[in-house]
Design a protein around this ligand. Structure first.
Ligand SMILES: [Zn+2]
Length: 325
């Protein structure tokens, strides 16, 4: 008992000591702080330089292992003391010393910032009658040929551009579960376009249009956004032939138990690999035989019929299919 008590005491002592060293270090950069009623420390804010010490730092790590700080005047806030020290112009030596006391979360925050995506500035909606330019009529005619209805155009926020990098292209945005844009694809509607598709330079490791997905129902994995629109219900476009890691993680950890895979025949190798992985995770997998027609060419009715005919894949089928490629 005595030893345990001593160990606990040493541990607490160690935390207090690290804390004290960190406070001393921050004091040397931001000026000596004042103890607050909440047991935090208050400093002059390096963002707004308000004359009163209104920047509060929590020196006791929270559950996530961060030290949150917040300025009550300019409302700047963050999770890492390192961020704050960098902003205040601390020397590299001090940053290095601080890194031995606190976790460096600055970089994960930065990655998130890079992923903030906006539609091209030239993006225009297609479901409003504000302009009736010839370019817009071409865009609408293209979508009509692909069997995309006005309802789809509104539902998916499909737009187009008359100028800029995406000139004469349809813009197909996708959104995350909270309805924030997470990707878009641009498809030319010119007859003999030199560049057919153009994609933004952001990560594709997203779940496209998750706000439309009901994870309690079977899901259908297809290749492109036009396919997902043709399938209408619970279809997730892969924006290619691969299941990206975030989507795979989501499928594996969600309650969804039936998964239809509707990929081109030329992607059969990848498709079988995904089937095997998902079956190993205990999911019921249906490999839809598209017979050289993708869902957007086939249309909703024919695709639905095909899905109803498809039976769950067994390990025996899987092996047979693998041997036949
Ligand atoms: Zn401030």
């Amino acid at each position: 008992m005595k030893i345990l008590w001593k160990l606990k005491y040493i541990n607490v002592y160690y935390i207090v000591m690290v804390n004290q060293l960190l406070v001393t270090l921050v004091n040397s950069v931001l000026g000596t702080g004042k103890q607050t009623a909440r047991g935090n420390m208050a400093y002059t804010c390096p963002h707004c330089n308000h004359h009163k010490p209104k920047l509060e730092i929590n020196f006791t790590e929270n559950k996530e292992g961060n030290n949150p700080w917040h300025c009550w005047v300019c409302d700047k806030k963050g999770k890492s003391i390192l961020q704050l020290l960098r902003k205040a112009g601390a020397s590299q030596d001090k940053i290095t010393e601080a890194k031995t006391y606190v976790k460096d979360v600055t970089y994960t925050t930065k990655e998130k910032v890079v992923n903030v995506l906006k539609l091209p500035s030239e993006y225009m909606r297609l479901d409003q009658s504000d302009n009736n330019s010839i370019i817009k009529r071409h865009a609408l005619a293209y979508l009509k040929r692909r069997d995309i209805s006005m309802t789809d155009i509104s539902k998916y926020n499909i737009g187009y551009c008359e100028e800029g990098l995406y000139k004469n292209m349809i813009i197909l945005p996708t959104y995350d579960k909270d309805g924030s844009i997470n990707y878009y694809t641009a498809r030319s509607f010119e007859k003999d376009a030199f560049v057919k598709y153009r994609n933004p330079q952001v990560s594709r490791d997203i779940i496209p249009n998750e706000h439309f997905i009901n994870w309690n129902l079977p899901i259908i994995l297809c290749e492109g956004l036009f396919d997902a629109m043709a399938i209408k219900r619970n279809a997730i476009p892969l924006l290619g032939k691969n299941i990206q890691s975030n989507l795979m993680k989501k499928i594996v950890t969600s309650v969804v138990d039936k998964i239809y895979i509707a990929l081109d025949r030329d992607a059969i190798k990848q498709a079988l690999k995904f089937c095997e992985k998902l079956m190993a995770e205990g999911k019921e997998v249906y490999l839809v035989d598209l017979q050289d027609k993708d869902p957007s060419e086939m249309g909703f009715k024919n695709f639905t019929k095909l899905i109803q005919k498809t039976v769950p894949l067994t390990y025996y089928n899987l092996m047979e299919q693998k041997l036949s490629i």
